[in-house]
Design a protein around this ligand. Structure first.
Ligand code: BGP
Length: 473
């Protein structure tokens, strides 16, 4: 039987905008999503899981079910409503002090993300990650948080720089909804790498004794067949989705092969190369040498086939299985081999991809001291039985099966030498999903969004046992 190491940390994950609700309360400033979602009219970020008012209840449940750590993010615009340090909102600051005190009360270690997809509206309007003003404001906000919240010993600079950049500028599923602007995506990624690095370096200069890392979305990319063309498509996709920021944040430099693949993608799309300065490259190098950990968000893997046509992407945001399409001009087409199971949202379930990505960090990025799995889990359509009462337990065998397989892959990677220190399941409780609303449930705890009542899922019992015994059954 596979076992996790004795000191392996078992956690649950969340992000401010996906759980807090209360988007207009206590002076919170708007973020890029507020008007965008309202205009779209599909779903509202309120009340989400009403964590703004119910955090203590959720942390008590977490303690009861073996959750030893939690990933939360600070909503930047609760503290600085328009993003800059010119105007401070003390009620936002007070909320996070109370949240962190509740974590301490329930013996839960908070890992705190500074930016989880929620750029303040005013900074979004001037270019978001493409704007130097935004980068400076982010560094100022981060330094403020380091001083204000000394109770936090585990910081995460940015959640998934690349998925933010790609969804904002290539697939168009995040505001501002641009499609096909590979140049903007690469520039935004580089700018996030630099902002991250400046913050890591500032944190280390402040000598606060905690640890700091970054969280990346990492999908292992495989060729669809053995043909040279498919193998090359996989390399291009990997450069696009993984390599640029892995190099920038974990090696502190962009390696020649990475740059040549990025150039090829941009040339294929007649778009210019992203810009860097020597000062920025110094920041990257310094930060990579002082980084304490990398967070890996891994849910699925990808298979690539050569593709010559125009870019075409269709997002499955409803759970209608088989509807997603991703064909990118100058990169390739996503095509899954037969026999690999997918979720209703077309995410292939492939635990080997988790093992392979962990081993890749271990093999190719030796500066990285430690890895946490900062997100992993499965989105399912789940509902409350009609005759539910306080003792109702939601049956979620698919989630238990998914977790068993992924935990085995993680334990194998640890046996093979990867220094994985902990795991945060996405998600702690059911939450609001950016592009899927409320029907894609990931939680250990079920949330009835109409009453905000919590119910335990069977997977929470499974999780508790694993947290107590470290034995993967
Ligand atoms: C990650 C994000 C999370 C979360 C998760 C699940 O990329 O960091 O915020 O949303 O994916 O994604 P989804 O909600 O699209 O199913």
């Amino acid at each position: 039987m596979l076992k996790l190491p004795k000191d392996f940390l078992m956690g649950g994950a969340s992000a401010a905008y996906q759980v807090e609700g209360a988007t207009k309360e206590d002076g919170k400033g708007k973020v890029l999503w507020d008007d965008y979602l309202e205009k779209q009219g599909r779903f509202s970020p309120d009340p989400a899981a009403d964590f703004y008012h119910r955090y203590d209840e959720d942390l008590a449940l977490s303690e009861k079910y073996g959750v030893q750590a939690i990933r939360v993010s600070i909503a930047w615009s609760r503290i600085f409503p328009n993003g800059t340090t010119d105007k401070l909102e003390p009620r936002g600051v007070e909320y996070y002090h109370k949240l962190f005190a509740s974590c301490a009360k329930h013996n839960i270690v908070p890992f705190v993300t500074l930016h989880h997809f929620d750029t303040p509206q005013e900074l979004h309007e001037i270019g978001d990650w493409l704007s130097p003003v935004m980068q400076d404001a982010f560094v100022d906000y981060a330094k403020y948080c380091f001083k204000e919240f000394p109770e936090i010993k585990h910081w995460i600079t940015i959640n998934e720089p690349t998925s933010m950049a790609i969804q904002q500028h290539v697939s168009g599923t995040f505001p501002p909804g641009e499609k096909g602007r590979f140049d903007n995506a690469f520039q935004a990624e580089h700018n996030q790498n630099v902002a991250h690095a400046r913050i890591v370096n500032a944190y280390k200069d402040m000598n606060l004794g905690g640890e700091i890392g970054v969280v990346h979305a990492l999908q292992t990319v495989y060729p669809y067949s053995d043909s040279q063309a498919d193998k090359h498509a996989a390399k291009l996709q990997d450069a696009f989705e993984n390599r640029l920021y892995l190099d920038g944040t974990l090696a502190g430099e962009y390696r020649p092969e990475t740059l040549s693949l990025v150039k090829e993608i941009l040339a294929n799309n007649n778009q210019p190369m992203f810009k860097t300065t020597p000062e920025e490259m110094n920041e990257l190098s310094q930060a990579a040498h002082q980084l304490d950990f990398v967070g890996v968000n891994n849910y699925f893997s990808k298979w690539m086939k050569a593709y010559e046509g125009a870019s075409e992407t269709v997002h499955n945001g409803t759970g209608a299985k088989g509807t997603s399409v991703s064909r990118l001009h100058g990169i390739g087409e996503e095509k899954k081999p037969d026999g690999i199971e997918t979720t209703d949202w077309d995410w292939p379930i492939y635990p080997k991809g988790m093992h392979d990505i962990l081993m890749r960090i271990h093999d190719e990025y030796p500066l990285v001291p430690a890895i946490y799995i900062t997100e992993n889990g499965i989105g399912l359509k789940e509902s409350l039985p009609k005759n539910a009462n306080n003792d109702t337990v939601i049956d979620d065998p698919k989630r238990i099966d998914y977790l068993q397989k992924y935990f085995k892959a993680i334990a194998e990677a640890i046996n093979d030498g990867a220094n994985v220190k902990g795991y945060f399941m996405w998600s702690l409780q059911d939450q609001f999903s950016w592009t899927n609303g409320y029907s894609k449930r990931y939680g250990l705890f079920f949330v009835d969004f109409s009453t905000q009542k919590r119910y335990v899922k069977k997977s929470a019992f499974w999780f508790k046992k694993l947290s107590e015994t470290h034995e993967i059954l």
